[in-house]
Ligand binder design. Structure first.
Ligand code: NAG
Ligand code: NAG
Ligand code: NAG
Ligand code: NAG
Ligand code: NAG
Length: 195
């Protein structure tokens, strides 16, 4: 199936393609100044990152699938990504080199998973994400959290030099490390109380 729709929109010129490929919907907006290529792979029972998508996608929506873990180098062939959503999965493990290659990524959404703040985030994990602006990891604490002291993984976050927006869960007994002071561009820190 391949459709090509051309439309003139006041103020800018837009080409819109809809391609049904690999169970994901690919949409391209050629907006003269920049190309936006969206792979909508949401709610499709994926448990691994599909590898046969176009390599030049800039937005990848993997929300509402069945991911439990993200393997090393899963996104190495999608290096133009600006937006990545892994929200609403069952993610609890992210391998250390999972985000390898995503040096342009600006938005990462991993809200509504079961990523444990104490164990998942290693200092190396976010190293490739040198241009990340917005990280959302809210609603990852299960309903019955233990009352242990939570050391927030500040050493994982501090490598995100461009981070402006960080949204995460408020743990019962939080300890904030010195790494938070290294987030020089942070404009907004949002805590969600989820219990
Ligand atoms: C893909 O996009 C088309 C056109 O917008 C839509 O009709 C179709 O439902 C989409 N497919 C899926 C699986 O979302
Ligand atoms: C096209 O690009 C302009 C300028 O970068 C932006 O304001 C606009 O929202 C874009 N439109 C679409 C449909 O992506
Ligand atoms: C992923 O990379 C890390 C760091 O190199 C390594 O320790 C781990 O074993 C790798 N995972 C797999 C499944 O190979
Ligand atoms: C990325 O593409 C290269 C070359 O086609 C391939 O060897 C590699 O396995 C791909 N990576 C993944 C994670 O599939
Ligand atoms: C990228 O993600 C952000 C935050 O979710 C959203 O506001 C923005 O519209 C997204 N951009 C595209 C092109 O999907």
């Amino acid at each position: 199936m391949y459709n090509c729709i051309r439309q003139i929109v006041p103020g800018f010129f837009m080409l819109l393609y809809l391609v049904y490929a690999q169970e994901c919907n690919i949409t391209v907006y050629d907006n003269l100044s920049e190309k936006v290529k969206i792979a909508d792979c949401s709610k499709r029972d994926f448990s691994e990152v599909p590898q046969s998508l176009p390599r030049d996608i800039t937005v990848l929506d993997l929300s509402g699938n069945k991911f439990r873990h993200i393997s090393n180098y899963s996104f190495e062939n999608y290096s133009l990504l600006l937006n990545l959503s892994l929200a609403k999965n069952k993610l609890h493990i992210i391998e250390e080199h999972a985000f390898y290659g995503l040096s342009r990524l600006k938005f990462l959404n991993m809200a509504d998973n079961i990523l444990n703040l104490r164990y998942v985030y290693t200092p190396e994990m976010f190293l490739p994400l040198q241009n990340l602006i917005n990280l959302d990891i809210r609603r990852n604490i299960p309903n019955q959290p233990t009352v242990d002291v939570y050391h927030y993984p500040d050493q994982a976050f501090v490598v995100l030099k461009k981070l402006e927006y960080l949204a995460l869960d408020m743990a019962p007994n939080p300890i904030f490390g010195i790494g938070f002071q290294g987030l020089n561009y942070l404009k907004s820190l949002t805590f969600e109380f989820c219990f």
